[in-house]
Design a protein around this ligand. Structure first.
Ligand SMILES: [Zn+2]
Length: 317
């Protein structure tokens, strides 16, 4: 049995927000290339991400919002077939193309399928190499490269469909996971811990919205040792006390020193260290159960190396 699953799908590559956009299909190529070159693909169990049902998206999103995005996707396809535009912007940074709808269903579908496999004991943990990312997607709003919140959907799915009582969400993306906070704040079955650059997009998170949110804003140019100290002194005691039965990770790698979308100073060894710390909590309380989903990470080379370090730590190789 392989310990670690690797979920992805070609549909996630077909979603494209236009030339020069940092959240580009090549991100998934960079991850696959690195996983292949480092022989990590031999260690993980590769699985195809299924399409999520719209009903499961509604575990975390307003029904009208889900229907609204679907309507835009349909409208765009009709427009394009009639010779019109091939992109539709919902904000200056976030756009649909004709493949976006399937990509969003695969991205959320990966997180839920990984949850099923981990809960069934087929895998101990899993990484979902999917896009679009999700942690800026709010209950009734898509923004910041994100349409639906893959991690929040899967966390709710673990609670509602698998009957778990406590799940943790860990977010180490350089940006505050405002969407996840919007959806899960006040839900006492969830503890969310996050570190993010502040002040910085989306300019939220400095004041925690609810007791179940542990937000740690850090200034630009904070480096690995300071972040590790925060993990040990702030995250770990709360996670230990909460005793999660499963842990979801919003795995953004844009806090990397070489990533131009943020100004934090993490390196691959920091991602490996943070992942091992999360894994220790998972082993003490959650039978090792972790589902990690790709969020940011825009320097393709640094992204590939960071995901390798993260997956290596999950697979314990
Ligand atoms: Zn980010």
């Amino acid at each position: 049995m392989h310990k670690t699953g690797f979920y992805t799908h070609p549909d996630c590559r077909r979603h494209d927000m236009g030339q020069g956009h940092p959240e580009c299909p090549e991100r998934l190529d960079a991850i696959e290339d690195r996983m292949l070159a480092s022989r990590l693909l031999d260690v993980v169990e590769r699985r195809e991400a299924p399409l999520a049902s719209t009903e499961t998206l509604e575990l975390a999103h307003d029904r009208m919002h889900v229907a609204g995005i679907r309507g835009l996707a349909d409208e765009l396809r009709e427009q394009e077939d009639a010779g019109g535009m091939d992109h539709l912007h919902i904000d200056p940074d976030t756009a649909l193309n004709r493949h976006t709808w399937n990509a969003v269903l695969r991205a959320a579908g990966a997180a839920m399928a990984a949850t099923d496999a981990v809960m069934a004991g087929e895998l101990e943990n899993a990484f979902c190499a999917v896009r679009p990312p999700g942690h800026h997607a709010c209950r009734s709003r898509s923004m910041g490269f994100c349409f639906f919140n893959n991690v929040a959907v899967a966390a709710r799915y673990a609670l509602e469909r698998h009957g778990l009582q406590r799940v943790a969400v860990v977010d180490f993306d350089v940006h505050h996971g405002n969407g996840t906070e919007d959806i899960l704040s006040g839900d006492e079955r969830v503890l969310m811990v996050g570190i993010f650059q502040h002040p910085f997009y989306p300019y939220s998170g400095a004041d925690a919205k609810a007791k179940n949110m542990l937000n740690v804003p850090v200034p630009a140019f904070t480096r690995g040792p300071a972040i590790r100290e925060i993990v040990d002194t702030l995250w770990m005691p709360r996670l230990e006390e909460f005793r999660p039965e499963m842990i979801f990770i919003s795995a953004g790698f844009d806090a990397h020193r070489e990533d131009d979308l943020g100004q934090l100073g993490l390196v691959e060894a920091d991602y490996a260290w943070i992942t091992r710390r999360i894994s220790e909590v998972a082993h003490r309380h959650a039978k090792g159960r972790i589902v990690s989903c790709l969020e940011g990470g825009y320097n393709l080379d640094a992204l590939g190396r960071s995901v390798e370090a993260h997956v290596r730590a999950l697979a314990d190789v």
